[in-house]
Design a protein around this ligand. Structure first.
Ligand code: PLP
Length: 429
């Protein structure tokens, strides 16, 4: 019997790293089994430590929108590296990147670059509190906004009670300011503003949610958030770390035609390296240090190599027809999988928005966290492992969205659908 290098590496990793991974979802805890240790990636594929090739549908959890190791992105990174790795002083590349983001995202007049989505949402929240002089915030069950203390919160015991921490180490005192409501529920948000309107600093939302599988906001829900925030002097924050430049060029705000006060970005804008950002009107952003009283900083913010990868990615996604092709690929995958499951008699459906997709072992796509949790997770886990054996890597948890890239052509998608058909047949048997 040959010993898998993935197993050996996982055993070693667990000795020196908690759970053997540097970010929890990579550990396969939700689906069981040994995580694959990746040695290289190219286009729509990556290869594990045993040399097995997978069609990759996580794309580094979103950033790899042009496919892995795109030659132009790699070249830009190599060229930037020869000029120095980090300066701790401003560069022209940061100016160009800020100009590009302001041009592309409807609500952003000024932007600050940071290094992770967590920093972007955390800083946007601080700015909202600083600008309004209020403490309370509203988030929605199942939306993930990174791991800042105020955001690691789940719903309290009763509707419209303040939340409970989802992590040890988060003081109750922090989360007592966070109200957690149901996604897509207009009545609840109206009630929340009715009760606490004058105290709410901001509402933060994933306008297309990708952290409770894929769940789309209804236009009425986002419109209600916009109107209530405006009426009560609260700020609306769109967390577009995942959906920004993923569901379309101007992000979800362009798709829905709704203008948030602040936007958090990440993933795609770094093209696989650590760049994230938050931005809004020039007036609001002028409250940030060094101009204003809201403090935020970063040693590696706007890192020249990361910005080179991000700028090249932003250039590539603006090629004519880029999003049409990306959306067509997600559609082909979602429809192909749904048809195959139907033909094999398995209860399953799928949905997509731009280059994001969701797979559900239920009759209908879920509309909120509770509906998503009601899906058949045991079935997903069996499906996940059987697909892995077939050489297809979906997100290793039923709670996560998937991603296609420009490198996922029809042949790659059809290969996936045929593999899924074999797996659905086993599931039914
Ligand atoms: N916001 C959303 C919507 C995300 O999906 C994520 C990460 O998955 C974050 C924020 C946090 O970003 P990061 O992991 O870069 O800190």
């Amino acid at each position: 019997m040959t010993i898998s290098k993935n197993d050996t590496l996982f055993e070693r990793a667990q000795k020196t790293t908690p759970g053997g991974v540097n970010s929890p979802v990579r550990a396969f805890r939700s689906v069981g089994g040994t995580p694959r240790f990746i040695t290289r990636a190219e286009g729509p594929y990556f290869w594990d430590a045993d040399g097995k090739r997978y069609i990759d549908y996580i794309g580094s959890w979103g950033p790899a929108i042009v496919g892995h190791a795109h030659p132009e992105v790699v070249q830009a990174v190599q060229e930037a590296a020869t000029r120095g790795l980090s300066f701790g002083a401003p560069t022209e590349a940061e100016v160009l990147m800020a100009e590009e983001i302001c041009r592309l995202v409807p609500s952003i007049e000024q932007v600050r670059l940071v290094s992770s989505g967590t920093e972007a949402t955390m800083s946007a929240l601080r700015l909202a509190r600083g600008a309004t002089g209020r403490d309370k915030i509203v988030k929605f069950e199942g939306c993930y906004h990174g791991h800042a203390d105020s955001l690691l919160v789940k719903a309290g015991s009763g509707l419209l009670t303040f939340g409970n921490p989802t992590s040890a180490g988060v003081p109750e005192d922090f989360v007592k300011h966070t109200l957690v409501l149901d996604y897509n529920d207009v009545g609840q948000i109206e009630e929340a503003f009715g009760n606490f309107g004058g105290e709410i600093a901001c509402v933060i939302v994933e306008p297309v949610a990708g952290n409770m599988n894929l769940i789309k906001a209804t236009p009425e829900f986002l419109q209600a958030l916009r109107e209530l925030c405006t009426r009560h002097g609260a700020l609306l924050i769109f967390d577009e770390v995942m959906c920004g430049f993923r569901v379309g060029l101007g992000g979800a705000q362009a798709l829905y035609g709704i203008t948030p006060d602040l936007t958090a970005l990440g993933k795609v804008i770094g093209g696989g390296l650590p760049v994230a950002a938050f931005g809004g009107s020039a007036e609001l952003m002028s409250k940030m240090a060094p101009l204003g009283a809201v403090y935020q900083a970063g040693t590696l913010s706007g890192n020249p190599i990361a910005v080179a990868a991000g700028m090249t990615t932003l250039k590539l996604i603006q090629q004519p027809g880029f999003y049409d092709k990306l959306t067509a690929s997600a559609k082909r995958l979602a429809e192909g999988l749904t048809d195959a499951a139907f033909e094999e008699g398995v209860t399953f459906c799928a949905d997509y928005e731009g280059g994001m997709f969701g797979l559900y072992f239920s009759e209908q796509p879920p509309r909120n966290y509770a509906e998503m949790m009601a899906g058949d997770r045991a079935r997903f886990n069996t499906f996940f492992h059987a697909m892995l054996d077939e050489g297809v890597y979906f997100a290793p948890a039923a709670f996560e969205a998937g991603f296609v890239s420009a490198a996922h052509d029809d042949a790659v998608i059809d290969e996936t659908i045929e593999a899924a058909r074999r797996v659905f047949r086993q599931l039914k048997a």
